[in-house]
Design a protein around this ligand. Structure first.
Ligand code: BDR
Ligand code: CA
Length: 317
């Protein structure tokens, strides 16, 4: 089976991605590292434990990581994911934060990769602060990864957080820069516009949630807030047109789970704009070779949506 390490800022689509990994028969999830992003890192830890509890997988080690980006202050995404990051649905049985490992996320990431050289699939669905700190502590880390799968960045300068930038990159542009420039390993990007072009229809979502399982009932609770947000006028901008749900993080996870999920990708050097009047946090794609970089990332263009739906369905079985 494939050895996975997953770095999240557990909002609703992170939860969906985690549940997809837990359901995949070929995945051995060695740990989940938490980082600030959609909500505080404390809420992220709590949300991950709630997801694991609902999947009867509380034995999965959970590590707490960076509380803030490398520079600047946090951007939260409460208006979409709910103030607690998981739909603001009360959970009186939420597991205690005592279950979080004593070891921090960054040392844990370094340890786990070094214990399994060449074997770890690192899936990052959050601001890249933990990954950036880890490579600064251990520059050999990227060369020991099997693959890096990131939800983040954008290809058409259509932002969802600033005019030109996607949330995970906007929430820590320096970290995104470090990761795209220093992780010279096979890298696969599920960028914002790509996820918008591959929405799940509301009909699919209804059928998905109608599965008569505890996992589906849990998902229906945490999902309600972002369904309403997705359908509201405020979130309907061009191709985010309210015609379906965008489970952004699940595309990065699906690519890591199934090697045949990506059917077409671009292969270019990428980086991140750190300055600019409107462009800080925007991903840049070097189609000509101006950056003189040798490392190229795979940018997802087309994926097998039937396989995606099957993996999503299995996540709630
Ligand atoms: C990304 O931002 C977060 O709100 C989502 O969880 C996803 O990782 C989409 O831009
Ligand atoms: Ca996320």
């Amino acid at each position: 089976s494939k050895k996975f390490l997953v770095d999240v800022d557990c909002g609703v689509d992170d939860a969906q991605a985690i549940m997809m990994a837990l359901a995949a028969p070929n995945v051995n999830l060695l740990g989940i590292t938490c980082v600030h992003g959609n909500t505080t890192v404390e809420n992220v830890c709590k949300n991950v434990l709630r997801v694991l509890q609902n999947c009867n997988k509380l034995e999965t080690p959970v590590f707490k990581g960076a509380a803030k980006p490398i520079l600047g202050s946090n951007i939260d995404a409460g208006s979409f994911h709910g103030e607690d990051g998981l739909g603001d649905f009360p959970d009186p049985n939420a597991p205690s934060l005592d279950l979080i490992q004593k070891e921090g996320a960054v040392p844990a990431m370094i340890r786990i990769v070094n214990e399994n050289p060449g074997e770890i699939y690192l899936v990052a669905t959050a601001p890249l602060t933990n990954l950036a700190l880890a490579v600064r502590m251990d520059p050999s880390l990227p060369s020991k990864l099997k693959g890096l799968y990131i939800m983040g960045g954008n290809t058409e300068s259509r932002g969802n957080t600033t005019v030109c930038s996607e949330f995970n990159f906007a929430a820590d542009p320096e970290a995104a820069y470090i990761v795209l420039n220093d992780y010279q390993c096979p890298t696969y990007l599920a960028c914002w516009e790509f996820t918008c072009y591959n929405k799940l229809s509301w009909e699919f979502c209804d059928a998905w949630l109608a599965q008569n399982t505890d996992k589906a009932r849990f998902m229906a609770q945490i999902f309600r807030h972002s369904i309403e947000a997705s359908k509201s006028e405020r979130f309907q901008k061009e191709f985010v047109d309210g015609s379906g749900f965008i489970s952004c993080d699940s595309y990065a996870m699906a690519a890591a789970i199934d090697d045949s999920f990506i059917t077409e990708s671009d292969h270019y050097p990428v980086s991140v704009e750190l300055a600019g009047m409107h462009t800080r946090g925007m991903m840049i794609v070097d189609t000509i070779g101006f950056l003189k970089k040798t490392h190229k990332a795979f940018i997802m263009k087309k994926v097998d949506m039937e396989k995606f739906k099957q993996m999503m369905m299995a996540a709630l079985k």
